[in-house]
Design a binder for this molecule. Structure first.
Ligand SMILES: Nc1ncnc2c1ncn2[C@@H]1O[C@H](COP(=O)(O)OP(=O)(O)OP(=O)(O)O)[C@@H](O)[C@H]1O
Ligand SMILES: [Mg+2]
Length: 341
């Protein structure tokens, strides 16, 4: 079986999961979504390390990932714009992911089946354009663009090998909420049909980081946005050699976003909300907003390894497409799912 790759290029980090069919093994990667123009480096060791994180887009060389953070102090704010998907930075992160997979020994990366996500709100308007741009970068690959909030749904519908699970009923109704850095994305799947009107988006974790930064400032801790973002995961900051616990501040900072996500869910899922069999919650911020949402809905399910859930779900979908090809194009639940991309 050929290689399948799922790429979730988020505004804070790129998450990739690949299945190497020839050796029956998986590869998972996460690197910061930082990109800066490449520049001459004087230190030989740094130069050698940077080689693996250098790509060329439109004849320009870029550093990406940890190298871009180390060499350029990229604050990741470049991703905070709606047209990010049309920039060379986005292309550099895509090519960078393929490069890293090849270096990790995954065969046939160039001719793989590659599934890439787009925020729900941009899916309809940018899908064709993104597929075209990425196909030009990897001409032998088969590229499919999907709404990113469907990833967690697929992670429930299929197991690691791409086989159907019992966790999703063909006749069921499911909501998916994916809490990312820049956006929280929604998807609604009714009897295997994603509902176009329910691809909504609202704010993401960058809002929480900014609010944590303000709360800490009031307590005379002056932290950068990058430190505040990190503190959302660690619940700690460093202050002149001391580690300060900021659990209470993180909990306070997350409240407005959790409320916004709750209100937006009511709007997006509308009259379906009460009837949903499950509401799947994923994305890096899922753990922090889960308590607020589960206090409202007993149907909420936080997916395991939530930050990777989009990429994991897309990979499972790709495996299902390649392992159960006879289902493609057929009527019925799987046939319906395979017509999405
Ligand atoms: N373990 C964790 N605990 C709490 N917060 C976390 C954790 N891991 C990540 N986060 C927060 O979740 C944010 C979003 O992570 P994620 O990787 O899902 O976003 P993204 O995919 O880069 O963004 P987007 O989908 O909006 O483009 C991170 O920036 C971070 O603030
Ligand atoms: Mg994301």
């Amino acid at each position: 079986m050929k290689t399948s790759i799922a790429i979730d290029l988020g505004r804070s980090a790129a998450k990739l999961v690949a299945y190497d069919g020839a050796n029956d093994r998986r590869e998972m990667l996460l690197y910061p979504s930082a990109v800066i123009p490449a520049k001459p480096l004087s230190d030989e060791g740094a130069r050698a390390r940077a080689m693996g994180e250098t790509v060329t887009v439109n004849t320009k060389s870029y550093y990406f990932g940890d190298t871009a953070i180390r060499q350029g102090h990229d604050d990741l704010l470049g991703g905070l714009r709606d047209d990010w998907f049309a920039t060379d930075h986005h292309r550099a992160l895509f090519l960078g992911g393929l490069k890293k997979l090849t270096e990790a020994g995954v065969p046939d990366v160039d001719s793989a089946l590659i599934i890439v996500g787009l925020p729900s709100s941009m899916y309809a308007s940018h899908k064709a354009q993104l597929a075209k741009v990425l196909s030009a970068l990897a001409p032998q690959a088969t590229i499919k663009v999907m709404p990113q909030a469907l990833g967690p749904y697929f992670a429930l519908a299929f197991d690691e090998k791409g086989q159907e699970t019992e966790r999703i009923e063909a006749s069921g109704m499911y909501g998916a909420i994916e809490v990312g850095q820049y956006t929280t994305d929604y998807a609604l799947v009714i009897e295997g049909d994603p509902i176009d009107d329910a691809y909504g988006s609202c704010s993401g974790m960058s809002k929480v980081a900014a609010s944590l930064q303000r709360i800490l400032q009031q307590k005379d801790y002056s932290v950068t946005l990058a430190e505040a973002t990190q503190a959302l995961a660690t619940k700690q900051i460093k202050n002149f050699g001391k580690v300060v616990d900021v659990w209470t501040e993180v909990t306070a900072a997350v409240e407005p976003l959790a409320e916004e996500i709750y209100m937006k869910s009511r709007e997006v899922f509308g009259s379906y909300l009460r009837k949903l069999d499950k509401i799947v919650l994923a994305g890096g911020g899922a753990g922090l907003v889960a308590p607020r949402l589960s206090s409202e809905w007993g149907t909420l399910e936080l997916v395991p390894n939530e930050r990777f859930a989009v990429a994991e779900g897309f990979l499972r979908y790709a495996l299902a497409m390649t392992t159960i090809p006879e289902q493609r194009g057929k009527s019925g639940f799987l046939g319906q799912l395979f017509r999405i991309a």
